[in-house]
Design a protein around this ligand. Structure first.
Ligand code: PXL
Length: 277
């Protein structure tokens, strides 16, 4: 039987992030994918002239009760952008009530990038996110999120091994069991990930493409979750997701009008060729 994944993130109606990328990407792996929408926004909050925000927090416990009544459960719960600090409590509850034994909670601690929190996020949310890190089986923070979660100093651009390994040590001390740290770079021409499986740190790098692209964190986490749930190792799922994101950006970099996201649809063949048999 194909695994059933639950992904918990917002619906940004336009902008190619969160559920509008997670659902098609996970489906391309052949995984059954259920959604728990955390909020509905007119667009994402990066680069548009204002947006609406409908908070779905109060709907979550009602949805849970119906799921329980119908004996619904999941092989994996994968979280992205959450609509409120209260939702973090609900995600913890969701793991306890609906994750099958042996299943994993994969947490992308979406809240910040480039040294700054996203609009609408505050220190109280960061504090709650620390509890979700403790509850998680795998986390996928970028460097900014890792710094907010640990109190470490944010450094932009290339850093040395000690900086990244110290961040991983701090995250592990904060309760993270497995870590895929994104945005790692030792030299300007390469960008990649540091992967901690609980015992050792391994790295994977791709050629750096100089284009800031919105939504690639969500695309990375979705492709990672798909590959991992299809049985790839932590490192190989992390490497596959990196290749997928590179292809998405490559397919977009010559389209300046496509400022709001990446043309991930053009890269789905990478997934289906390998995983959809
Ligand atoms: O890509 C992360 C993300 C998801 N959802 C919303 C966002 C962002 C990042 O800005 O604004 C609504």
């Amino acid at each position: 039987m194909e695994k059933r994944i639950l992904t918990v993130q917002d619906i940004s109606c336009v902008g190619q992030c969160s559920l509008t990328v997670a659902l098609p990407i996970l489906s391309a792996f052949g995984l059954e994918t259920a959604v728990l929408p955390t909020a509905v926004l007119s667009t994402h909050t990066g680069g548009f002239d204002g947006w609406t925000f409908l908070d779905a927090t109060d709907e979550l416990p009602k949805i849970f009760d119906k799921w329980e009544k119908n004996k619904i459960d999941f092989d994996c719960v994968y979280t992205g952008y959450l609509g409120s600090a209260k939702q973090i409590e609900y995600v913890c509850e969701c793991k306890d009530r609906f994750l099958r034994s042996g299943g994993e909670l994969i947490v992308d601690p979406v809240m910040a990038d480039n040294g700054m929190l996203y609009p609408g996020f505050d220190d109280a949310f960061v504090e709650e996110m620390k509890s979700l890190v403790k509850k998680s089986d795998i986390i996928l923070p970028n460097i900014t999120q890792a710094c907010f979660l640990t109190g470490a100093q944010y450094k932009d651009g290339c850093c040395d091994k000690d900086y990244y390994e110290d961040l991983i040590a701090k995250l592990s001390k904060a309760g993270a069991k497995k870590i895929v740290l994104t945005g790692v770079s030792f030299s300007p021409d390469k960008l990649g990930v540091a992967v901690w499986d609980g015992e050792k740190i391994e790295y994977h790098f791709e050629d750096f493409i100089n284009r800031r692209s919105h939504g690639t964190g969500d695309i990375y986490a979705s492709a990672f979750t798909g590959a991992y749930e299809k049985g790839e190792s932590l490192l190989s799922a992390a490497a596959f997701a990196a290749k997928f994101v590179v292809k998405c950006i490559t397919e977009t970099k010559d389209f300046s009008e496509h400022f709001y996201g990446v043309r991930f649809e053009k890269a789905l063949g990478l997934i289906t060729d390998k995983f959809l048999k």
